[in-house]
Design a protein around this ligand. Structure first.
Ligand SMILES: [Zn+2]
Length: 396
């Protein structure tokens, strides 16, 4: 605890330097190189960049693997006129670090580098190999980086921690999500005599209202932890041979949030049922964009729901570490947004908890900030967690 507090200003300084090297999804190269240098300076046992462009730093060589993850890409700044100062200043002042990504979620990355340093100073040699993972492209396609790490690099942790912002609370799940494309077809005809044709636009319009109704009918999860799923129309298009014709093609784009027990299959089936014979085709689109290393990797836009039980050994280990450090009980809760947990736990069943500096409501907002004092506290938690898991003999 004291050793982490000594790193208070140094951790804020790390975050400030990271913020000053911008990195949107797919262009993280310069920031990854900076983090590589920082992990080496922290004394990590091994530092490497994988095939996709994720950076991995290892401390320890125990038989179980604990991964502590930060995605290091950010969203863009949006309307620059809404920022009171340079989004990439990384200015430290008023007990805050200022700039894009300070909460979502470069503060977690800075805390991890300090934790690597502290674990080396403590000469950690327990049951866990700790892999600090600095992952890419999360803002575009959450979890794809981890799909790559698990399926291609064969890094399969026993436990994982996401350092996305939790305001130093302990999180154990969040809703999943998916994107759905609904296609409609009609028969075009001259706009002067619409009765000769069949309008794809009207089918899409009826269907949009059916989606509104479907949203109201979605059932909550059994224990109420994650809350209700949602569905909304995020785009509506219709086309025909001219603007003086009945359109023969239309499309609705849906954003679907999935609660516990809802999957891509159940969600698509609901859409088919709600739209009936108006619907010509329903599809789940894919994400495909080369990484900063030029690697082509792809996945469907499906991000499975995940949670672990409140009495799971990983949650118990987290509670134990928190108690030992701060002398109180952590708030155990869930995220509203989505994280790499969709892949690590949702797709691959590896238990995940969340613990991170900064606030979720700062994410993607102008004038983003994070608290300096959250940073060293998060670093202390990442340092204490492997010891806590060792002491309770946690098995994944
Ligand atoms: Zn994030």
């Amino acid at each position: 605890m004291d050793s982490a507090k000594k790193e208070r200003d140094a951790t804020a300084e790390l975050l400030s330097r990271i913020v000053q090297v911008p990195a949107l999804s797919g262009t993280e190269g310069d920031r990854i190189r900076l983090l590589e240098e920082m992990c080496s300076s922290a004394g990590a046992d091994e530092v490497k960049i994988d095939g996709l462009g994720n950076l991995l730093a290892r401390v320890g060589s125990g038989k179980k693997i604990l991964a502590i993850d930060a995605h290091i890409d950010t969203v863009d700044v949006g309307d620059r006129s809404q920022w009171k100062e340079d989004p990439f200043s990384g200015r430290i002042g008023e007990g805050l670090v200022h700039g894009r990504g300070t909460s979502d979620q470069l503060g977690g990355a800075a805390g991890m580098i300090t934790a690597a340093k502290l674990l080396k100073e403590l000469d950690y040699s327990g049951d866990h190999t700790v892999w600090f993972t600095f992952t890419v492209m999360e803002e575009d396609c959450d979890g794809m980086c981890w799909k790559y790490l698990i399926e291609e690099e064969k890094l399969v942790p026993d436990f994982a921690v996401s350092t996305e912002p939790t305001s130093l609370r302990l999180y154990r799940g969040h809703r999943g999500r998916m994107e759905i494309e609904c296609h409609f077809s009609g028969v075009s005809c001259h706009g002067s005599a619409p009765e000769r044709g069949v309008s794809a636009a009207y089918k899409a319009a009826r269907s949009a209202l059916a989606i509104e109704k479907l949203n109201e009918e979605l059932a909550p999860d059994d224990d109420g932890f994650l809350g209700k799923g949602t569905v909304t129309v995020s785009k509506l298009e219709a086309h025909g041979p001219s603007l003086c014709a009945v359109p023969d093609q239309a499309m609705l784009y849906l954003d679907r949030r999935l609660t516990w027990g809802e999957t891509k299959e159940t969600a698509i089936e609901q859409v088919r049922k709600a739209l009936g014979e108006d619907l010509a085709d329903v599809r789940m689109p894919s994400y495909a964009k080369p990484s900063w290393k030029g690697t082509h990797y792809e996945q469907e836009l499906y991000f499975p729901t995940w949670k672990i039980d409140s009495d799971h050994p990983l949650v118990e280990g987290g509670v134990e570490a928190y108690r030992a450090l701060f002398g109180s009980e952590p708030v155990v809760d869930k995220w509203t947004f989505s994280t790499n947990g969709v892949s690590i736990c949702g797709r691959h069943g590896i238990p995940v908890i969340g613990f991170g500096p900064g606030d979720e409501n700062q994410a993607h907002a102008p004038n983003e900030v994070t608290r300096v004092d959250d940073l060293w506290k998060a670093a202390a938690f990442y340092t204490a967690l492997p010891y806590a898991l060792d002491s309770i003999g946690a098995e994944g």
